[in-house]
Design a protein around this ligand. Structure first.
Ligand code: MRU
Length: 344
């Protein structure tokens, strides 16, 4: 199991996920702008991972601005937070983590600059540390839903690489495997960025968890053949009614699961619940560059001049989700009141 992001020698050190599975390389960010770029360019990705990375970015920002006067220090920090927030629009963990840091800055604004820097550092380390503990709890709760010899379908990457460590949906898979259950995983390749083929497959092989990689379009056939016992996916943002934004293609998997009577579970920390929105219609969906669809590893696979639509996420309506697994327990449909109760 790898740790995706950490603060080391005053720098943010993260696994450069664009290089996997062929190379396990680390990228070091020396200032907050480099951290923002790493999130935007998806050197680091996955909802909880980008939240923790942004929090560490604020630690760097605070150190960069230490020589300024107090008012300028505080306003520069706020500007850095805005810049980090503008990197990716869908995963709410990013905004949650930055809000946590901003709140600490506000609470300590009367302190001297060194003390504010220390508070930011403590908060960022807490966000990262809590993420690991949270994922392990999600794993324990989720494991209770996994039958002994289950065949599990998963989409995108929700493992250590998508979090600080351990993972959400892949954390449940890790927990079930660790519990001695002889599970088998079908991993969707997850076009266009292939997080399933490049990252989930890599983590599964590393852990020795029996797994098969499939093209996204094979999921329906497997379900119809009765070869999938449950679907486990993560989330980038969950609305209060349970509507869930996750990697593009998740909605199709959910519809296929319902059609074939396969339980469909979302595993996510409560930091992925957006308590400020009622339904998935309020979730902004990121659209990424056309080259992600027209090229694979720099090789052009579509003609110049073709139009491209490349949404990075979709929203699965709550009624397609059998249950949501959080670190505070498992909740079933209908969600609104139960999710509200999970707010600390
Ligand atoms: O575009 P990405 O790779 O950041 O998208 C990631 C996902 O959609 C994951 O499924 C989601 O963040 C849950 S990860 C714990």
């Amino acid at each position: 199991m790898v740790r995706t992001v950490a603060l080391e020698n005053g720098k943010v050190k993260l696994i450069d996920q664009r290089k996997l599975p062929l190379y396990l390389e680390y990228k070091t960010c020396g200032n907050y702008k480099e951290v923002a770029e790493a999130i935007r360019d998806m050197a680091v990705r996955g909802a909880p991972a980008i939240g923790a990375t942004a929090a560490y970015g604020m630690v760097l920002a605070a150190r960069e601005f230490m020589g300024l006067g107090k008012e300028e220090f505080l306003s520069s920090l706020l500007a850095a937070s805005r810049e980090l927030a503008a990197t990716r629009p869908t995963a709410v963990n990013l905004f949650w983590a930055l809000r946590e840091i901003e709140q600490v800055i506000n609470e300590h604004r009367a302190d001297n600059i060194e003390a504010i820097c220390r508070s930011i550092l403590e908060t960022a380390e807490k966000i990262a540390g809590d993420d690991i503990e949270t994922n392990k709890k999600i794993g324990e709760y989720g494991n209770t839903l996994v039958p002994r010899d289950a065949n599990i379908l998963t989409h995108c990457n929700t493992g250590s690489l998508a979090t600080v460590e351990f993972g959400t949906a892949l954390g449940v898979i890790r927990a079930a495997h660790g519990d001695g259950k002889s599970i088998h995983v079908y991993a969707d390749e997850t076009r266009p960025r292939l997080q399933g083929a490049r990252l989930t497959a890599w983590e599964l092989v590393q852990e020795g968890i029996p797994a098969t990689l499939i093209p996204d379009s094979a999921a329906g056939t497997l379900m119809r053949q009765g070869r999938i016992d449950l679907v486990l996916v993560g989330a980038d943002r969950i609305a209060l009614n349970g509507d869930t934004a996750n990697k593009i293609g998740t909605y199709s998997v959910a519809v296929l699961a319902k059609e074939n009577n396969v339980p469909f579970y979302v595993a996510a920390p409560t930091t992925t619940i957006d308590f400020m929105i009622d339904t998935g219609e309020q979730i902004e969906i990121e659209e990424r560059d056309r080259s992600e669809v027209t090229h694979i590893d720099g090789v052009q696979i579509a003609p110049d001049g073709i139009g491209v639509y490349n949404p990075a996420f979709d929203v699965t309506p709550a009624e397609y989700i059998t249950a949501i697994i959080t670190e505070k327990g498992v909740v079933g449909y209908p969600y609104e009141e139960k999710l509200r109760n999970l707010k600390v």
